[in-house]
Design a binder for this molecule. Structure first.
Ligand code: SF4
Length: 363
C-alpha cells in the first residue's frame, strides 16, 4: 500500500467480512484498528483544523446501505453526456488534488469508506445486464473514489474483471491516477475492461496532484496493461488554461503516442477546469500556494467558474487536432460541456448519450 493511514475503523457487522480480513492482513501492524457499531459515524469530519485532509487518512470498512449502481453524478441535461454508470464500491481518495470536486461533495463524510458488502453489487450488475436490451453499458468505479488506489489491499479489481469478462453487454472502466496495476496483470479481461488514466502535464502534476503517480508512470502503466490485453483511455481533465498550457498538453499527448500504439487506445475525454464557488473557496483555502487555482475565470451558466470560452475552445480544438493526427477515427468526447461547445470543437451535433456510450464501448 502506498498511502499513509492514521487508523482503520471497522463496523462490527463487517468484522468477519472478506474485505475487512484482506485489509487488516495487508496494513502495517502499527496502524490502530477499532470496531464501532455504526461505521457511518466514523466517516464524519474529525474535530481537527483540517478535517478533509484527516478524513483521507482514516479508513472505514462498513456496510453500504444504498444501491451500488447509480447514474454519473456529473450528468445533466445541460451537458452533452456520455451515459456513464457509476458503481460505488468506495468513497473518497487517499490522493489530494487541489481541484478535486470531492472536497465539496464529501465535506460531510470525508473518511475513506470501503464497502464490505460489495459482493451485493454483482447482483445489481446481473439485473442491469438482464435489462439492457442488447445495449452495451459502460460501468465505472472511479467517480467517488480512485478505482485502483487501494487495490493492492482489497484485490477487488480481479473479481470485477472476471465478472465483466463473462458479460458481453457490460463494459467495465477503471479510472485512476495511480500506477497500481499489478492485480490487473493477473487476469484476462477478454476485451470487457478499459483502464483509464486522468493525465496532466508535469506542471499541473507538481502544483496540484498531491500523492498521485507522476504522468510518465501513469503512461507507462497504461502501456503495460495494454500489452496485457486491456483497452486504455485517457482523460485530459481538468485542462487548466495556465500560461504555456497549450504547448504542455500537446507535449503530453506526444508522450502518450510515443508510448502506445493508437490502436490500443479506446478514447480520449477532455474537460476544462470547472469549480463551483464553494469548491473554489475550499480549494483555495486548502491549497493557497497553488497557482493553477488562480487563473482568470468566469462564472458560467451552470454556476461553475471556468476559463473564458475562447480560451477553452482553443485548447480543446488544438488537442483534438493532435489526437486526430495520431488516428483520425479515435473517439474523443467532452466532459461537462454544453452541446454548443461540442459543436464548435467537433463541428458536429453532440451525439445522444446512448450513441456516445456505444461509440466509447467500441460498438
Ligand atoms: S486522484 Fe482523483 S479522486 Fe483522488 S484526489 Fe485526485 S481528482 Fe480527486
Amino acid at each position: 500500500m502506498n498511502f499513509k493511514l492514521d487508523s482503520v475503523v471497522v463496523e462490527e457487522q463487517c468484522r468477519t467480512s472478506v474485505l475487512a480480513r484482506r485489509i487488516l492482513a495487508g496494513i502495517p501492524s502499527s496502524i490502530p484498528v477499532r470496531y464501532v457499531p455504526d461505521g457511518r459515524s466514523a466517516a464524519r469530519p474529525l474535530p481537527v483544523s483540517e478535517p478533509f485532509g484527516a478524513g483521507k487518512r482514516q479508513m472505514v470498512v462498513l456496510h453500504r446501505r444504498g444501491p451500488f449502481l447509480m447514474g454519473c453524478p456529473a450528468s445533466s441535461t445541460q451537458f452533452a453526456c456520455c451515459g456513464y454508470l457509476v458503481l460505488v464500491l468506495a468513497s473518497n481518495c487517499p490522493m489530494d488534488c487541489s481541484y478535486c470536486f470531492l472536497q465539496e461533495h464529501l465535506a460531510n463524510n470525508p473518511a475513506l469508506q470501503l464497502y464490505a458488502n460489495y459482493p451485493a453489487a454483482f447482483d445489481e450488475l446481473d439485473k442491469l445486464a438482464q435489462t439492457s436490451s442488447g445495449r452495451c453499458l459502460r460501468v465505472g468505479t472511479g467517480e467517488l473514489a480512485d478505482s485502483l488506489a487501494f487495490d493492492s489491499l482489497t484485490g477487488i479489481s480481479c473479481e470485477l474483471v472476471d465478472y465483466f469478462s463473462r458479460h458481453k453487454n457490460l463494459l467495465l472502466e477503471f479510472k485512476t491516477k495511480t500506477d497500481e496495476i499489478d492485480n490487473l496483470l493477473k487476469v484476462d479481461p477478454r476485451g470487457r475492461a478499459i483502464v483509464s488514466w486522468s493525465i496532466s502535464p508535469p506542471a499541473v502534476f507538481l502544483a496540484s496532484e498531491h500523492g498521485t503517480a507522476p504522468p510518465s508512470s501513469r503512461i507507462s502503466a497504461a502501456r503495460r496493461v495494454s500489452e496485457a490485453g486491456y483497452r486504455v483511455a485517457f482523460h485530459l481533465d481538468p485542462i487548466i488554461a495556465y500560461p504555456g498550457a497549450e504547448e504542455d498538453y500537446l507535449a503530453l499527448l506526444d508522450c502518450v503516442f510515443d508510448a502506445l500504439p493508437t490502436a490500443h487506445i479506446a478514447y480520449f475525454s477532455m474537460g476544462g477546469l470547472r469549480l463551483t464557488p464553494g469548491l473554489r473557496t475550499v480549494a483555495r483555502r486548502r491549497f493557497p500556494g497553488d497557482r493553477m487555482l488562480l487563473g482568470e475565470e468566469v462564472l458560467a451558466d451552470d454556476g461553475r467558474y471556468r476559463a473564458f470560452t475562447p480560451l477553452r475552445l482553443r485548447l480543446f480544438t488544438r488537442l483534438h487536432e493532435r489526437i486526430r493526427k495520431a488516428r483520425r477515427e479515435l473517439p474523443v468526447y467532452l466532459c461537462m460541456e454544453s452541446a454548443s461547445v461540442h459543436r464548435l470543437v467537433f463541428g458536429t451535433p453532440a451525439p445522444t448519450p446512448a450513441t456516445l456510450c456505444t461509440m466509447l464501448a467500441g460498438g
